[in-house]
Write a protein that binds this ligand. Structure first.
Ligand code: MF3
Ligand code: CO
Ligand code: CO
Length: 249
């Protein structure tokens, strides 16, 4: 069942998502050569605390981190560690927070120093596939419309979309119905109701779509060891489009 939010719930979602966006901005500002992902986690943790929120990820199914930090071939769910960022790396930072009973969820992939042209293209296409999907989405659209825009954008550019993880509804829970896959056909799937909230998250690989999970049971990496990019926004679906609740501003 897709949950439709009341005016009061929408207000709660706006606040939680604003905080998630602020935390991602603050953490992203600190991405630099030599910093460890644990230092980035500490920065995120302080910011979350200063805004009176809680990490949505810490302890979720025993996840051990405050945020997810996914470097290079790590698709999602990279656990903060003593690993240092180096020139040419990319790092996906995923921030989920809980505030006032509501969840906000947003992610972005950042570059470390100068990256290659092909790496830049991967990030550009991944981000623009998310933007296009959001632009196309309004109440009455079908889930497959979102999925197909993302898949088409990625594949037209020679990239592939991850099948094993999907976007999701969000609200009083981090993960709610419906699932929002990044592959599918226009005109298929559920109709999206007005005033529902979706975390649309694209995970796009430079090579093959297949992934594997490392022995830590969290870290998802590309099977071929090539790069992967992750971008995510929580949106409110309205009559004539979407309001991006986790927008940077
Ligand atoms: N990446 C997931 C999402 O954005 C949440 C991570 S769950 C965690 O929906 F436990 F790994 F943190
Ligand atoms: Co997320
Ligand atoms: Co999410």
């Amino acid at each position: 069942m897709i949950d439709v939010k009341s005016a009061a719930e929408i207000d709660g979602m706006r606040k939680a998502c604003r905080i998630a966006a602020e935390v991602l901005i603050e953490t992203g500002k600190n991405v630099s050569i030599g910093i460890t992902t644990r230092e980035l986690e500490n920065i995120a943790g302080k910011k979350i605390k200063s805004l009176d929120a809680k990490s949505a990820f810490l302890g979720y199914r025993n996840y051990p981190g405050i945020i997810c930090t996914s470097i290079n071939e790590v698709v999602v769910h990279g656990i903060p560690s003593s690993q240092k960022l180096k020139e040419g790396d990319i790092i996906g930072i995923d921030v989920g927070v809980k505030y006032g009973g509501f969840y906000g969820d947003t992610a972005k992939t950042f570059t470390v120093g100068t990256v290659s042209g092909s790496t830049e293209k991967l990030l550009r296409i991944a981000e623009s596939s998310l933007e296009s999907a959001i632009k196309d989405c309004s109440a009455g659209c079908r889930l497959g419309d979102i999925s197909s825009v993302i898949q088409k954008t990625a594949e037209e550019n020679g990239f592939s979309v991850v099948r094993d993880f999907v976007g999701h509804g969000i609200g009083r829970n981090l993960h709610e119905d419906p699932q929002v896959p990044n592959y599918g056909s226009r005109g298929t799937g559920l109709r999206i109701p007005e005033n529902c909230c979706l975390a649309i998250e694209v995970m796009i690989n430079e090579g093959m779509w297949q992934i594997k999970i490392l022995p830590d049971q969290w870290t998802a990496v590309t099977s071929d060891g090539k790069l992967s990019a992750h971008f995510e926004h929580t949106v409110l679906v309205k009559k004539n489009g979407c309001e991006i609740l986790t927008k940077e501003r």
